[in-house]
Write a protein that binds this ligand. Structure first.
Ligand code: AHG
Ligand code: MN
Ligand code: MN
Length: 281
C-alpha cells in the first residue's frame, strides 16, 4: 500500500502546481456524468494516470473523468477508483479543492475497499489515508515530502453541519432534519467542495455532511466509486458512520462505474438522527 500512497503524494505535488499556475477555464469536453470538464480536471487525470500506470500492483484505473476503467496490469492486485480534482469549479474562486482515491480489490463495491485516501489543496496541501492502521493526516513540507501530523478520530457527536444539494429540491423530511440540526446549535460549514467540507468535520472532531436524494436527482449527485465509498471508508475507520439514509454505504455496489447515491457522513450521534429521519421514507 505504501507504493500507492507514494504515488498519491507524487501526483498531489504536480496537481497542486497545476492548480496554482495553470488556466482554471473550461475545456470543450464533457465527462460521463455530463459535466463540462475543466482543463484542470483533464490535466489532473493525466497526471494520476501517468504516475499510477507503471505500478505493477495496480490492475486498473477508473477515473471520474473517463467513461470506462483502463486496465494497466492484468496481474495487478488493486483497482484504483479516483476523482482527480473534486470541486474543480471552485479553483477559479480560490477555494480549496481535492483529489479522492479508493483502493479496491476484485471489484469496485464498497465491501472490497482495502484503503482510501484524499488530498486537500488549500492554504496547505494535506493528505489523509485510511486503512487497517486507522486514519492518518500528513502535510506537505517545503522540501516536497509529506510529514505525518497525527491520527484522526471522530468524537461521538460534533458541532458542524454541511448540508449539500439544492435546497429548493430537498424533500420535506430532509429539510426538517437539516433544520433540526441547526435548532440544536450546529453551525453551518459548507464550501461546496466535499473534500474540504468533509476534511473540516474530520479535523474538528465531528458533525454531519449530507448530499441527499432530491426531487430532481433522487440518487443524489455524488458518485459511489470515486467519491462516496472512499469517504465512507475513511469516516468508518475514524470512528464515524456513513449511510445512504438507511443502508450502510459500504454495503452498496455500483451497477455502473459512474453511479451516484444519496450520502450522509458523520459522527455516530448525527448518523443515528439521519436514520430516524429517513426510517419511513
Ligand atoms: P466534481 O467537481 O468532481 O464534479 O464534484 C463536486 C462535488 C462535491 O465536491 C460537492 O459536494 C458537490 O459536487 C457540490 O455540487 P453542487 O454545488 O452541484 O450541489
Ligand atoms: Mn467530485
Ligand atoms: Mn472531479
Amino acid at each position: 500500500m505504501q507504493e500507492i500512497y507514494n504515488a498519491i503524494q507524487s501526483a498531489a505535488i504536480k496537481i497542486d502546481y497545476a492548480i496554482k499556475h495553470e488556466d482554471t477555464g473550461y475545456s470543450d469536453n464533457q465527462n460521463s456524468t455530463g459535466d463540462i470538464q475543466l482543463k484542470l480536471d483533464i490535466h489532473s487525470d493525466n497526471i494520476i494516470e501517468e504516475i499510477f500506470a507503471p505500478i505493477t500492483s495496480v490492475k486498473a484505473l477508473a477515473s471520474e473523468e473517463k467513461a470506462e476503467p483502463v486496465t494497466v496490469h492484468e496481474e495487478g492486485r488493486y483497482l484504483i477508483g479516483y476523482d482527480p480534482l473534486d470541486g474543480s469549479s471552485l479553483a477559479d474562486v480560490n477555494l480549496s479543492v481535492g483529489s479522492i482515491f479508493g483502493i479496491y480489490e476484485n471489484d469496485y463495491s464498497g465491501k472490497n475497499l482495502k484503503a482510501a485516501a484524499y488530498v486537500v489543496y488549500g492554504p496547505r496541501v494535506e493528505m489523509v489515508t485510511a486503512d487497517e492502521e486507522g486514519v492518518k493526516l500528513f502535510r506537505l513540507n517545503a522540501d516536497h515530502t509529506f510529514a505525518f501530523i497525527r491520527d484522526i478520530k471522530l468524537e461521538a457527536k460534533g458541532k458542524l453541519n454541511a448540508p449539500g444539494g439544492t435546497q429548493k429540491n430537498w424533500l420535506p423530511h430532509h429539510k426538517a432534519l437539516v433544520e433540526h440540526f441547526f435548532a440544536e446549535g450546529y453551525r453551518l460549514r459548507y464550501s461546496g467542495g466535499m473534500v474540504p467540507d468533509l476534511h473540516q468535520i474530520l479535523l474538528k472532531g465531528g458533525g454531519i455532511f449530507s448530499y441527499p436524494g432530491t426531487s430532481d436527482k433522487p440518487a443524489g449527485k455524488l458518485r459511489k466509486v470515486f467519491e462516496v465509498f472512499p469517504f465512507a471508508y475513511i469516516y468508518e475507520k475514524a470512528g464515524g458512520e456513513a449511510i445512504d439514509g438507511k443502508t450502510r454505504l459500504l454495503d452498496l455496489s455500483p451497477e455502473h462505474i459512474h453511479d451516484t447515491t444519496p450520502c450522509f457522513f458523520g459522527s455516530k450521534e448525527e448518523i443515528q438522527k439521519v436514520r430516524n429521519a429517513y426510517a419511513n421514507h
